[in-house]
Design a protein around this ligand. Sequence first.
Ligand code: ADP
Ligand code: MG
Length: 609
Amino acid sequence: MLNILKEYFGYDSFRPQQKEIIANVIDKKDTLVLMPTGGGKSLCYQLPALMMEGTAVIISPLISLMKDQVESLQSNGISAYALNSSNNDAENFQIRRSCVQGKIKILYISPEKVLSEINYLLKDIHIALIAIDEAHCISQWGHDFRPEYTQLKTLRDEFPEVPIIALTATADKITKEDIIKQLNLHEPKIFVSSFDRPNLSLEVRRGYKTNDKNRIILKFIDRHPNESGIIYCMSRNTTEKVAIMLKHHGLGVAVYHAGLNNKDRDKAQNDFINDRVQIVCATIAFGMGIDKSNVRWVIHYNLPKSIENYYQEIGRAGRDGLESDTLLFYSLSDLVMLSKFAAESGQQTINKEKLRRMQQYAEADICRRRILLNYFGETMDHDCGNCDVCKNPPQRFDGTVLVQKALSAIARTNEKISIYMLINILKGGVNKELIDKGYNKLKTYGVGRDIPAKDWNDYLMQMLNLGYFEIAYNENNHIKMTSLGKRVLFGQEKALLAVLRHEEVKPKPKKKTKAIAEEQLFSDKSMVSHETEDKALFEQLRLLRSKFAEEQKIPAYIVLSDKTLHLIAGKKPTTINEFGLINGIGDYKKEKYGNDFVTEINKFLNNEN
Ligand code: ADP
Ligand code: MG
């Protein structure tokens, strides 16, 4: 197994669980794999495919995913093809013929095609194994439900001797049980990996105005020159606005949302995958069809509606295991909007609860990763050291008087005002409605003049989260005091608030943590030695990689992953054999690229001396 891993994929060791899963498949047993995004699920069926006789049939829901995997396998010299509606008849004919002749090791196929081929092609070939990727698509409870997936259960009966392996990154209990039942898996062995992604840094910023957000985003991107990233926004409109702002600052940006036609959407996706644009501003529709391994950062411009959504979206960063940064913005207006959506949705109770958990995460003052893992049913017994709370724990102060000022204003207006009006009253502002209603005559009018409106906004959000008041979304967003709030107002309870921070959270020193995150995550044997990596050399090699990518019309990360490129820049191999020893270089890539890379490195070293 290890020899094949090195020969074809160029890796020196397995990641957690991979070896056991592969052994189970080779043993011809049914298998269910629950592993986070980027955990390395593909290898769990690709490696057995190379070791077993016949053709492995892989069912995958999206053409773009198949394309990515096929290109990546072919780039390692493996005979892999995809049968789907994007091929023309001649191509399909050729693929079918090669299959029957036993010339294809790995065949990707869409669920529709599988169903129509059960009694034809599939009966004519020797099937080694059947893999069902993105298996959560079978469940109506989760996201991405695909009706065709539910008919895949006939496969178990039609091919009783063939092992089936189902894989997904969605680990909740309902989905898991659904997959086993619906696919009719036979006494499957279930492998559950940790969902921790220690290479993703977590950061949340609360209550920023557009201008401040933009400033922070630009600074953040500045720390990631030339590195691919995604900015998720709540609305189409926002994606456009953010994109214009970034373009204005000279950055390469594409927009992606459901309002675009297919052609424009494909273009945005392809430009991103092929590094023609650095950034995509997208609604949540973006990402499912993308296996780009070198997305280095994800920003949420708005609060996501659930932790599942959030985790899946940030999970698109750092699939290659290298350190990647995530940043979430969270504002009161997001919350108001999302609460409204939740209230109007079909599954009110669930969606409100999910939003509440998301909000708690954003507001948290304990290690954020502990909250995430806890949410997914894993317990973590230590703080992660790679989230903003760990790096910079919040400080608290006695904010009772401040809270009382706000609550008293709410009480004196008979709970008939919005947050906006409340801040206006506290600040002693003048607007027509305020004067008309006589709020300028209240005792609390202007008592909060000394505090900037922006800070009031932030304190009020804390008060909301501490449960001192609620917002009645069905009553023009009017504020209603809770019984806990009343106790604070009447001095029976103290209120501890977090000190506001206006300064930036300092980015940690890069080099060292990169190596550490790497080690914790997958303990791949050959470590990236960024200490000795030369930036100029890396840049030169990156350009060489782009050249190969353009020539072959495949994405750069498929030519060589970022991680492998860093290793090359660090180890500086000067012979083809040394080049072949690098993690991520199999025999095929050694032959194909070795000479050019080694020549480039030698040239660089000679120039240096
Ligand atoms: P998933 O499908 O679980 O999201 P992938 O199968 O796409 O993840 O793998 C993510 C990345 O990890 C890929 O770039 C893959 O080449 C890499 N990878 C997988 N297994 C190993 C391994 N044993 N050693 C090093 N890298 C690996
Ligand atoms: Mg996958």
